[in-house]
Design a protein around this ligand. Structure first.
Ligand code: DQQ
Length: 465
């Protein structure tokens, strides 16, 4: 299988075959996690959208289930969410039909067995955008607060993305409340895939996926602030990006029975080359990440502890000084799927530029570099020698996230690299497409020394056999 599909991931969620994009209907229902996803089950390219479906007990091992929603002619079942309506498993999605005006309306589907879903006979439940708003009107995220259902919908007009709010007593009759928040002009012209939820005490988080915010690809941003159910207004106090890599979009969250707010994103990007299409598939989900509020007023995103189940052999090193040519201790650690946790004492590190080399070929001509610049405090990922795919250098500052140490938690899978810096204060996800034989791990540095306090490396098992 690996020879046939060299980039098929080992421990990330993927469809059995063909194209996937956004996570949808992410929910814990009757104690099991369910993940639906935008899916084109007839080719490795985007096409009329279906909802694929899978469930899991731990968000690590998944069981594929039959396709939950299929479109009629000209239509697509676009992104949306799931709720537990007093025991009735309910999906709320956007029906898209470009031959109709309005082209995007909101619909329901329900299931008695959690596998087969039936579209509501009186669909749509919201038959078009409110007066004065555009026909970009999609991606409903629904939740219950006290006795009412609330829905946020992605929209945008006059160059500004916005989020619209509706409320309902029964999920079928919806009343428009108003605009929750709109772009300040620099945050994109259309806000896709909104998600709004409380986090710790009295703070709320609003997540959106803006179109037109990045020169290349798109971004996935969050706001932290206050939300008022009466007025429907969100007042942002701070903001940031969920992920500073190239491949992360359309994130959606769930709240589980442990009280955790967990987010998962599409670990790809519109416009990317996606060389795996040659092997009949494209698209994967990021690792699930737990969201918390950091004392500095930003969010942190940490890989969920269940992922430790994947760990096989552990290699541990302590108090290593990297001076010249001293990296041979990593010679025997190889693998297409690795987890690395490295802690570097910056007060004892004189080198100004250093980092890790991932998925390197024996001659290192192919490699992905994770680079920390001690002067500028930038952390970057360089994909220019990462194999097939688009290349590019993506990064973000760790200014404000560092005390004495630089801590990197890295997950390498066959065609992905996810980096959680300093306890998830900055996260970067990138797809890479190295040759399957490029499996070396190494450090690099410019002049001076690097003081590695601890380094742990695990080989990780594949959940897909
Ligand atoms: N993908 C869906 C839309 C959504 C977009 C269509 C975001 O519902 O706005 O596949 O990636």
């Amino acid at each position: 299988r690996v020879e046939k599909c060299p980039h098929r991931l080992g421990y990330h969620f993927m469809a059995p075959a063909f194209w996937i994009n956004d996570p949808n209907g992410f929910i814990q229902f009757d104690g099991e996690y369910h993940l639906f996803y935008q899916h084109h089950p007839y080719s490795a390219d985007w096409g009329p959208m279906h909802w694929g479906h899978a469930k899991s007990k731990d968000l690590v091992y998944w069981e594929h289930l039959p396709i939950a929603l299929a479109p009629k002619a000209n239509e697509g079942c676009f992104s949306g969410s799931a709720v537990d309506d007093n025991g009735i498993f309910t999906l709320i999605y956007t029906e898209h039909d470009s031959n109709r005006s309005p082209r995007q309306v909101q619909c329901l589907a329900t299931s008695e067995d959690g596998i087969n879903f039936e579209k509501y006979i009186k669909n749509p439940v919201i038959s078009g955008p409110p007066p004065g708003e555009s026909d970009d009107f999609r991606d409903p995220k629904v939740w219950k607060y006290e006795d009412l259902w609330y829905m946020v919908i992605g929209s945008g007009i006059d160059g500004k993305g916005k989020v619209l709010l509706y409320k309902s007593e029964d999920l079928k009759n919806w009343k428009y409340v108003g605009v929750v928040l709109e772009s300040d002009g620099s945050q994109g012209y259309m806000w896709e895939c909104p998600d709004l939820f409380p986090l710790e005490e009295d703070k709320f988080v609003l997540i959106v996926s803006p179109m037109g915010m990045a020169e290349v690809g798109r971004k996935n941003i969050y706001f932290i602030g206050d939300f008022n159910y009466e007025t429907g207004k969100f007042i942002p106090e701070s903001s940031g990006e969920l992920d500073y890599g190239f491949d992360f979009y359309a994130a959606q969250t769930l709240l589980d029975d442990k009280g955790r707010r967990i987010v998962i994103g599409w670990m790809d990007m519109w416009g990317a080359t996606m060389p795996s299409k040659e092997n009949g598939w494209a698209g994967a989900m990021s690792l699930p990440r737990e969201i918390s509020l950091h004392p500095d007023g930003k969010l942190t995103f940490k890989p969920i502890p269940e992922l430790k189940k994947l760990r096989k052999k552990q290699n541990q090193f302590k108090d290593i000084i990297l001076d010249n040519n001293s990296n041979r201790f990593l010679e025997d650690i190889k693998g297409g799927g690795l987890e690395v946790i490295v802690d570097i004492d910056l007060s004892r590190t004189s080198s100004t530029m250093f980092g890790m080399i991932l998925r390197a070929s024996d001659n290192q001509l192919e490699q992905t570099r994770v680079i920390f610049n001690q002067k500028t405090k930038e952390l970057t990922v360089n994909r220019n020698k990462s194999g097939k795919g688009d290349g590019g250098i993506y990064g973000h500052t760790l200014e404000g996230c560092l005390e004495k140490n630089l801590k990197l938690h890295i997950f390498v899978d066959r065609s992905s690299v996810e980096i959680f810096a300093n306890d998830g204060q900055v996260v970067m996800s990138n797809r890479i497409y190295p040759d399957p034989t490029s499996i070396n791990l190494d450090f690099f540095k410019t002049y001076g020394e690097v003081y590695v306090t601890t380094l742990d490396v695990w080989e990780l098992s594949s959940v897909w056999g």
